[in-house]
Design a protein around this ligand. Structure first.
Ligand code: UDP
Ligand code: MN
Length: 563
């Protein structure tokens, strides 16, 4: 993911900035809707202060927090206390600030569809756009209420909009729950700006986020662009930088992050130039409005959530467009551990939607999906004739073309397999250079990450135990391929298919992904393919089990490779 030569694991990252309350606003629960400056927000480069934001002072706080987790799956207490305006750390590469953009960029219609969103998170999304977008580029913000059931999203929201928001912010309400896919189509149908920008309802846009998205679209309206999605922790609401990765998928039709191949980052601008991505994550992207309509919007037969991001990604590439990630545009998104809502009929909408996209776009390769999901082979997926007609009308290329040209990294097995060149990774003379060697210490407990059994045992677990400085089997090497190798034997590996499994020691395969680890800021140890951080499960337990978790910078997620 970060293949430049002189790479050092931590130097890339700017100092982390934590939001915090000023002293005098602590202790009283002030309603952020009462005004923008009710809670004085300071920024402070000090990790110790961040927990204060979530401090519980009374039963009411406790309640807000508990109910918040139930309804929204993130820390509502912190979200409310943050209010509707806050500074976020500028996570862009230093080259980005020096770039200039044409003055006559197209105007954007921002479409934000929400269902039962937390009032404070929704308003922070809206205000972050208003605060950090030049007025001449902002045509409108269209909020689509997907028939939410929360009271404050009705009268209170109307009132707030009337009192505090300009006419540029519009609200459309769905009469019935449509799901995010048809919901976004509703929003797009009301839009009149040149470019559509879709955002989730719990985002915060960063400095100069829009110009770098609009510029490539102005140059070529068939270019669809995504910002880098920075991480807003669901538990702390801390905003932190995301590594620059690109979108892929697996044969279960789940989106995944992949390292960016070196060849894609070749230009003189290096990490700051837009690069091609086989798929998009879905929540945040910008697209010329006419092109969105011409390309068939979304598949309106898809329900509630899931699959639409791969569908539109395949469609863009196969039908003559291109999909880029723009590293100089950064937008934070609250990543949740679960989605706090179901679908009205309790259906598995991800499977329904994936079936539709497989039957419309994947040709013979849909068998790869059915090999993993045989129970779906004969499942009904509704009428797809219109989508098939669209594919013919747009004269789209085959899925094989897409795999060969846009995602050659994808492995195909069975009858569609292409012959793979033999891989002699790690066998020849060219072993990756070792950057650092030492003990991998959990900073919360000062314990060392070691093999649970013997370090030569394939598939063995790793655990955090008392360090033994006489034991050479506790020594890890970290190399330029971002592999962590214990005792010169096996690589720390995270299964890409089951992120709920703990990491294990596996033979080093040299092809990145599941064996790529990055030491990031806050001493986190980030696993590229699952997009999560290594965490000590229970610091009090002597068993020392570790697992992968959403990166939140907490002490149990802090690791240090000690020379
Ligand atoms: N959403 C919606 N209707 C639904 C489900 C979701 O409008 O039936 C909205 C939701 O409020 C959010 C966006 O769609 O703004 C994406 O949903 P979510 O954030 O839950 O998806 P994730 O980010 O987990 O993929
Ligand atoms: Mn979301």
């Amino acid at each position: 993911m970060c293949p430049s030569r002189g790479w050092s694991p931590t130097s890339r990252f700017p100092k982390k900035i934590y939001p915090r309350f000023s002293r005098d606003s602590m202790g009283q629960h002030s309603d952020p809707r009462k005004g923008h400056n009710g809670n004085q927000l300071e920024t402070e480069a000090n990790a110790d202060l961040s927990p204060e934001l979530g401090m519980i002072f009374n039963e009411q706080d406790q309640d807000v927090r508990d109910v918040g987790y139930q309804k929204h799956a993130f820390n509502l207490l912190i979200s409310n206390r943050l209010g509707y305006h806050r500074d976020v750390p500028d996570t862009r590469d230093s080259k980005c600030a020096k770039k200039t953009y044409p003055p006559d960029l197209p105007m954007a219609s921002i479409v934000i569809c929400f269902y039962n969103e937390a009032f404070s998170a929704l308003l922070r999304t809206v205000h972050s756009v208003l605060d950090r977008t030049p007025a001449q580029l902002l045509h409108e913000i269209i909020l689509v209420d997907d028939n939410s059931e929360l009271d404050d999203l009705k009268k209170d929201l109307d009132g707030y909009m009337q009192e505090n928001l300009s006419k540029k912010v519009k609200l459309v309400r769905n009469k019935q729950r449509e799901g995010l896919i048809r919901g976004r189509m509703v929003g797009a149908s009301h839009a009149t700006g040149d470019v559509l920008v879709f955002l989730d309802s719990h985002c915060e846009v960063n400095e100069m986020w829009l110009q770098p998205l609009l510029a490539p679209i102005k140059e070529n309206p068939r270019t669809v662009v995504c910002p880098v999605i920075d991480i807003i922790s669901a538990d702390t609401l801390i905003y932190s930088s995301s590594p620059v990765v690109r979108g892929g998928f697996n044969w279960g039709l789940h989106f995944k992050w992949d390292p960016v191949p070196l060849a894609e980052l070749g230009g003189p601008e290096g990490f700051s130039a837009p690069f091609r991505s086989p798929t998009m994550a879905g929540g945040l992207f910008a697209m010329d409005r006419e092109y969105f309509n011409m390309l068939g919007q979304y598949d309106s037969g898809m329900d509630i959530w899931g699959g639409e991001n791969l569908e539109i990604s395949f469609r863009i590439w196969m039908c003559g467009g291109s999909l880029l990630i723009v590293p100089c545009s950064r937008v934070g998104h609250i990543f949740r551990k679960r989605r706090p809502y179901g679908s009205p009929g309790g259906h598995d909408t991800m499977a329904h939607n994936s079936l539709r996209l497989a039957h419309v776009w994947m040709d013979e390769y849909k068998d790869q999906y059915f090999a993993l999901r045989p129970e779906l082979r004969n499942r009904d997926f509704g009428d797809i004739r219109e989508r098939l007609a669209l594919r013919r009308r747009l004269n789209c290329k085959s899925f094989k073309w897409y795999l060969d040209n846009i995602y050659p990294e994808m492995q195909v097995s069975g009858p569609n397999a292409k012959p793979q060149p033999p891989v002699f990774m790690n066998k020849g003379q060219k072993r990756p250079k070792i950057l650092q060697r030492g003990r991998l210490i959990n900073m919360q407990t000062n314990r060392c990450l070691v093999a649970q059994g013997h370090p030569s045992q394939k598939g063995g677990l790793v655990v955090a135990k008392e360090c033994d400085y006489n034991d050479s089997e506790q020594v890890w090497s970290y190399n330029e391929e971002h592999e962590l190798i214990l005792s010169n034997l096996l690589c720390l590996d995270m299964s890409e298919t089951r992120s709920s499994d703990p990491p294990r020691l596996m033979k080093c395969h040299g092809s990145g992904g599941s064996q790529q680890w990055v030491f990031g800021k806050s001493n986190r140890l980030y696993q590229v393919s699952v997009g999560q951080c290594l965490k000590l499960v229970d610091p009090m337990s002597r068993k020392g089990y570790v697992s992968m978790a959403i990166c939140d910078g907490s002490p149990s997620q802090q690791w240090h490779l000690e020379n």
